[in-house]
Structures are given as structure tokens and as C-alpha cells.
Write a protein that binds this ligand. Structure first.
Ligand code: AMP
Length: 288
């Protein structure tokens, strides 16, 4: 496995691979790998000839009061795990190389970035769209793989790629969960044992919503009320937002017609967790 940190070196390797007509797949990450990340890599390996995983804790997507400084990192472990999965290139650019002095270009995906996490974290998706566009340009993959765990991010990236006419497919992959249902996240390491127990309320709320839909409930209010009630009853948990939205536009819906996406952001003590699920009127869906 190659480990590259210089963007120009990454670009020239990608150019060489393109010249050999190899299909390159990119999995962008912020590192501290867990099985959710590894599932994206394993998928990526099956759909292309060369797999690049980027590892970059992107300062541009963190607000001034957020956890950039204490975001978990373990490069040695990440290198080992990436090797085990069969990654061809681990791309680890430095912040100074991505945003050198004088840097001033940012990408804004307007409507999709506005609500939900975009409302709670102003500037977050501007940072995400900017870094993803740079990574896509540096690696020029045929496919880039993202997790549905960050559902709004996935939709923002898809929109940007369409709007910028990039010849790149964006593949969304299902959420990996712990055996008890908690969505895997690098930020789960912030949770103490009580917080870890409280964090299960997100999954329980998604399951309750799924059960209501399976029982024929379609309108928004009873679904959101059940979700809120479960989270509000959990000591240490505080709702940031609960939203039932159209899966494509992320606009709030009054009832489930066809499919909707239920999205949650919940503070568990000082840790902000997100989770989501598809709710389908017709399809018997399980909470992934
Ligand atoms: P991150 O390192 O948290 O920025 O995540 C990198 C990629 O992994 C993003 O596309 C995430 O959506 C995806 N991801 C994070 N957690 C999970 C999970 N539990 N299951 C599947 N994909 C995930």
C-alpha cells in the first residue's frame, strides 16, 4: 500500500492509473477507522481496480467551538487496517497543503446545505463540499463511496457532482451498527459508559418510528411525537433536531407518501450524534 501526503504526488499517481485505463475508487474519510469505514472500503475494492482512501480531518468543516482539536486520531492503526482491507493508496494530505496561505475558494451547495445539520453547524457543508471537490479533483476516481450515516452529506455531495458536471458516480452505502444498534462513529469514543447507554435512544427512536409505519401510521405528527418522547425520556440526551423529510430534497414532509427519511441529531452530554433511516410506506424496511 502506498501512503501519499503530497497532493501533486497523488495527482500524478491518479494520472498514471488513468493512463492505464484502471478504474479508480475513492473513499473519503477523517480516519480513526471503525467497521463502518471498513465496509465502504471493502465495497470500493469490489467495484474498481484501484482503491484510494483519503484520511483528512478537514478544518474547514468544523465550527470554531467544535471538536477539531480533540477529534480522535490513530494513524498507525488506520494504516494497518487499510492494509488489511487491501487499500492501494492511503492519501493523507496535510491541512497546510490543502489550504495553503492565501487559499480563498469555497463551494456552496445552497438549498440542501441549509437545514438539519447545516442549520446546527453553520459553514459545515461549505467545508465538506470544498474538501470533497478538491479530493475528487486530486484523485479523479470513477466512483466515490460515502455512507448513508451522514445522509445530508451524501445528498450535498451528489448535488455538487451533478451541478459541477463531474464524470464521477457517488455511491451511498448502508449504516453499520454496533450489535446493540448504535450507529458506528468515530465520535462514539467520546461517550462514557452512561453516555454510551443513553446514545441507544437514537436507534430505539428509529425503531419506534419504523414500527409505527409498519402498523400503517403515515402522518408526520404521531411519528415525530413518538421519536421525541423516547429521546426526551432518556437522561443525558437532548434533541438537536428530529426531521421527517423527502429523501431527495430534504424538505419536511407532512406524511409518508412512498418514502421518507427520518433524520436525528441528538446531544448525549457533550457529544452530538446523528442517525437516520428510510421509512417506506410500501417496502418493509429494516433499520440499517
Ligand atoms: P468520517 O470519517 O466520519 O468522515 O466518515 C467517512 C465516511 O464513512 C463517510 O462517508 C461516512 O458517512 C461513512 N461512515 C461513517 N460512519 C459510518 C457507519 N456507521 N456506517 C457506514 N458508513 C459510515
Amino acid at each position: 500500500m502506498e501512503i501519499i501526503s503530497d497532493p501533486q504526488e497523488m495527482q500524478s499517481l491518479a494520472r498514471q492509473w488513468r493512463g492505464q485505463e484502471l478504474k479508480v475508487v475513492l473513499v473519503p474519510t477523517m480516519g480513526f477507522f471503525h467497521p463502518g469505514h471498513l465496509s465502504l472500503m471493502e465495497y470500493g475494492r469490489t467495484i474498481g481496480d484501484r482503491l484510494v482512501v483519503s484520511l483528512f480531518v478537514n478544518p474547514a468543516q468544523f465550527g470554531p467551538q467544535e471538536d477539531l482539536g480533540r477529534y480522535p486520531r490513530d494513524l498507525d492503526r488506520d494504516v494497518r487496517l487499510a492494509r488489511e482491507v487491501g487499500v492501494d493508496c492511503l492519501y493523507t494530505p496535510e491541512a497546510e497543503a490543502m489550504y495553503p496561505p492565501g487559499y480563498q475558494t469555497f463551494v456552496e451547495v445552497e438549498s440542501l446545505s441549509g437545514g438539519l445539520c447545516g442549520a446546527s453547524r453553520p459553514g459545515h457543508f461549505r467545508g465538506v463540499a470544498t474538501v470533497v471537490l478538491k479530493l475528487l479533483h486530486q484523485v479523479s476516481p470513477g466512483v466515490a463511496v460515502f455512507g448513508e450515516k451522514d445522509y445530508q452529506q451524501l445528498m450535498v455531495v451528489k448535488q455538487m457532482v451533478a451541478d459541477m458536471d463531474l464524470p464521477i458516480k457517488i455511491a451511498g452505502r448502508p449504516i453499520n451498527r454496533e450489535p446493540d444498534g448504535l450507529a458506528m462513529s468515530s465520535r462514539n469514543t467520546y461517550l462514557n459508559p452512561e453516555g454510551r447507554a443513553a446514545a441507544l435512544c437514537l436507534y430505539r427512536a428509529l425503531l419506534a418510528a419504523r414500527d409505527l409505519v409498519a402498523a400503517g401510521v403515515k402522518s408526520r405528527e404521531p411519528i415525530l411525537a413518538a421519536v421525541r418522547q423516547i429521546i426526551d425520556a432518556t437522561p443525558g440526551a437532548r434533541i438537536d433536531y428530529v426531521a421527517l423529510v423527502d429523501p431527495a430534497t430534504l424538505k419536511e414532509v407532512g406524511a409518508i407518501r412512498g418514502e421518507a427519511r427520518l433524520l436525528l441529531a441528538v446531544w448525549v452530554n457533550k457529544t452530538r450524534l446523528i442517525d437516520n433511516t428510510l421509512l417506506s410506506e410500501t417496502r418493509l424496511c429494516c433499520v440499517q
